[in-house]
Design a protein. Structure first.
Length: 478
């Protein structure tokens, strides 16, 4: 199978294709878990480098902000440079930035390395999903491959918590970054051996620089504004000005893209009902999943006294169920159930699990509340994510596959960043109100309960979008 626009040519042998999937998934795992792997190691990093509490937020935000802001550029560069070549550049850059971060002598150096990681992730992630779509032909084989990829994307946050807790407990916070060098090296070796690059096809159209500047600044402002809301409050001037400016820039970008000859993001990619619904519902689900990992980490460690290692182990059930839903349940059920019905049902199951989480207390409710809720959340979200990934790039012309893949990642990353800030802010407000009449741990738990109530509502909304907006896909029953 040969592709255009500088993508790769793969050996037709099934074994070679599935090894290529392992390589692609390994790169995706590295990109996804890096958003959470440092969460449990921040106290140790702060003590080692001697930075303030404000610096902790920037260690996390600098990565997600840069990643989210540059994803559309990464997708378009992948279309222009060739997906295999872009994948290689992203791997090399991400591995190098991770090593620099792991060796950082100061907080400024660490933040700069995290920015570089985010930029390289924005190049790597769209290329990875595009290579997946081009390596596997439509049908059962692609659905199974997308299921594996979806499992990695969905479970990456939990795997990051587990790996971060283990490395922090037994080595040093620096290894939460240095470990990426080994993942990048393994993926690069697989890329060289099993994935061959076809000659790039020249493109005469110019890169839409005005659109690039507007959407990058808009997405960065949106992530930054919601991050400020979490720490400074919704009424703070930096919060309001950032969000308003971001909305203006994104609106201007949409208007510009409808008029220019060679748009950065062709609007037909978004306006297809199935793809648009998959992007929107996926953003809501990512917002919930990111927040669930964060708030449960706080609950398990601060309220129940779990160590970082045991906190990571506690996330194993949701990770395993995400993998089960994405790799096994989703691909098999898609052959029998229309995609919109399967997606909507998966999100409803996940919403039920989040509603179950509202039963947490200051007592050890892990076996009675957190564990069964995690099973539902993992199975439901994992199954829905497979449908979302399949529909998100289906029917896209080869020249736009990179940008369509970038939209998938953008909806997940921006949705996760915005949702985490919003739900964390709701939790903090509810905890402050509860603190007037309850002790500290009980007030914090009251905040988590409110956040999980809203998160459950988000999942129901994602289900409604799936049921109401999607059209039956012609290949749903195949």
């Amino acid at each position: 199978m040969t592709e255009i626009s500088g993508t790769l040519t793969t050996d037709p042998a099934t074994k070679r294709r599935w090894i290529a999937l392992v390589v692609i998934s390994l790169a995706q795992l590295m990109v996804v878990f890096d958003a959470s792997i440092m969460n449990v190691s921040l106290p140790q990093a702060q003590q080692d480098l001697g930075f303030s509490d404000d610096g902790r937020q920037w260690v996390i935000t600098s990565y997600s902000l840069t990643f989210g802001a540059l994803l559309l550029l990464g997708g378009r560069l992948s279309d222009r440079w060739g997906h295999g070549r872009t994948f290689t550049i992203g791997l090399l850059g991400f591995g190098a930035a991770s090593v620099l971060g792991g060796l950082a002598p100061t907080i400024e150096f660490l933040i700069a390395a995290r920015v570089a990681q985010g930029a390289c992730a924005a190049i790597l992630a769209p290329a990875a999903l595009t290579l997946l779509s081009l390596t596997f032909a439509k049908g059962r084989e692609r659905t199974r491959a997308v299921g594996v990829f979806s499992a990695v994307a969905g479970a990456g946050g939990g795997i990051g918590m587990l790996l971060g807790g283990s490395l922090t407990e037994f080595t040093s916070w620096r290894w939460t970054l240095l470990v990426n060098a080994f993942f990048a090296a393994a993926a690069l070796a697989g890329r060289i051996i099993y994935m061959k690059e076809a000659r790039a096809q020249a493109q005469a159209d110019r890169l839409d620089l005005s659109g690039l500047l507007m959407v990058s600044a808009g997405l960065a402002g949106l992530v930054f504004g919601f991050s400020r809301a979490e720490t400074m409050g919704w009424g703070h001037v930096s919060t309001v000005s950032s969000i308003v400016a971001a909305l203006v820039l994104i609106t201007a970008f949409a208007i510009t893209e409808s008029r220019v000859q060679s748009p950065l993001l062709p609007l037909h990619v978004l306006l297809n009902r199935n793809r648009g619904s998959a992007y929107l519902s996926g953003a809501l689900a990512s917002a919930v999943l990111f927040t669930q990992f964060l708030l449960l980490s706080y609950y398990l460690q601060s309220t129940l006294g779990f160590t970082p290692l045991w906190c990571g182990i506690a996330f194993l059930p949701v990770v395993l169920c995400l993998i089960l839903g994405s790799s096994f349940a989703g691909p098999r059920l898609m052959r029998r159930i229309p995609a919109q019905m399967l997606m909507g049902t998966g999100y409803l199951v996940s919403g039920a699990g989040l509603l179950w989480l509202t039963g947490i207390t200051t007592e050890n409710t892990y076996p009675t509340v957190v564990l069964p809720a995690s099973l539902l959340i993992g199975l439901g979200t994992g199954t829905a994510f497979t449908c979302s990934m399949v529909l998100a790039t289906d029917g896209v012309q080869p020249k736009d596959l990179g940008i369509a893949s970038a939209v998938v990642n953008t909806s997940q990353q921006v949705g996760g960043a915005v949702g985490t800030a919003l739900l964390s802010s709701l939790a903090a407000g509810a905890a402050a109100t509860a603190a007037q009449g309850q002790a500290g741990p009980a007030a914090a738990v009251a905040g988590y309960v409110v956040a999980f109530q809203w998160a459950s509502g988000f999942m129901v909304l994602a289900a409604i979008i799936s049921f109401a907006l999607m059209r039956r896909h012609p290949e749903d029953s195949k």
